[in-house]
Design a protein around this ligand. Structure first.
Ligand SMILES: NC(=O)c1ccc[n+]([C@@H]2O[C@H](COP(=O)([O-])OP(=O)(O)OC[C@H]3O[C@@H](n4cnc5c(N)ncnc54)[C@H](OP(=O)(O)O)[C@@H]3O)[C@@H](O)[C@H]2O)c1
Length: 265
């Protein structure tokens, strides 16, 4: 069991990494609150988890790209009845477009989901957890926080830096805060972004289970940044040591994986 005083709230729980967080935490006998837009998928998952593990599962459908959705989740995080002991900010998506020729509306949807909602939910959760003197927050960033793949990289870099600051602010409070920086992971992420995941070798992918195991272990022991799997630990080290000009060349927008990506300069 991870956080005995409370439930775990997971955003983006209907699929991929979030769904795996839900199963793993339920198997550790934590009650759950599942957040995503697709209510039917959340209800179906909740029913399966209840029947299999016996834990209590609440379903909280919310579109985190909207202020109303993010504030509704924040309200649940602040509640003193059935308090939340672990927040997993996992909802996110690849934009599937370049910045200049893309839709501004899509950009704002991404920013609001992966940055604004993370700030709003962390503000509510951190305050409640600090008052109780215990809790955990896991924010899913990405390896792309170290690359130059457009606004997606920028949002994930924000998540990583924001998490470091929050962890420092909460040091000694009993609240652990962790940013997770996965590389490629098998999920619906690539198909949703219009990217053919088959272009990369299967060896380059981690499973959602790998990511969840590394994230929970890191948060449990108070590790602030975790890059799961040996391959991406090495890649992160190489990115940190490389000149930024080289990083922009090998890991800029042209390497997003979309077939219509920008040509290399
Ligand atoms: N897969 C990778 O290679 C990879 C690598 C590094 C980091 N990540 C990060 O990992 C996280 C999870 O992604 P995944 O790979 O598991 O992808 P996924 O299978 O596509 O799952 C994404 C989840 O986010 C939810 N979501 C998307 N937009 C939302 C919104 N506006 N409001 C609420 N929920 C929303 C989706 O549910 P609904 O559609 O029902 O709302 C879904 O549950 C993301 O933050 C992603 O950036 C992924």
């Amino acid at each position: 069991m991870l956080w005995t005083m409370g439930s775990a709230l997971i955003t983006g729980a209907s699929s991929g990494i979030g769904r795996e967080f839900a199963w793993k935490l339920a198997e550790e006998y934590n009650n759950l609150v599942l957040v995503a837009r697709n209510k039917d998928r959340l209800e179906a998952l909740a029913e399966k988890i209840r029947n299999t593990t016996g834990v209590q599962v609440e379903v909280l459908p919310a579109d985190l790209s909207t202020e109303e959705g993010a504030l509704r989740v924040a309200e649940r995080l602040s509640a003193t009845k059935r308090p939340i002991g672990l927040l997993v900010n996992n909802a996110g998506f690849g934009l599937g477009q370049d910045f200049v020729d893309g839709e501004l509306e899509r950009e704002l949807e991404a920013l609001n989901t992966m940055v604004r909602a993370v700030m709003i939910t962390c503000h509510a959760a951190a305050k409640a957890m600090k008052e109780r003197g215990s809790g955990g927050i896991i924010n899913v960033s990405s390896m792309t926080a170290l690359t130059a793949q457009g606004t997606y990289s920028a949002h994930k870099a924000w998540v990583r830096t924001f998490t470091e600051g929050l962890a420092a602010e909460l040091a000694g409070s009993g609240v652990h805060v962790t940013a997770v920086c996965p590389g490629l992971v098998h999920s619906e992420f690539h198909s949703r972004a219009g990217v053919d995941a088959n272009q990369w070798s299967d060896k380059m992918f981690a499973s959602p289970a790998d990511i969840v195991k590394a994230s929970l272990k890191a948060c449990r022991r108070g590790q602030v940044i975790v890059t799961p799997t040996v391959l991406y630990k090495a890649a992160a080290a190489a990115l940190r040591l490389s000149p930024r000009k080289l990083v922009r060349y090998v890991a800029g927008p042209a390497r997003s994986g979309r077939t219509e990506g920008m040509p290399l300069e």
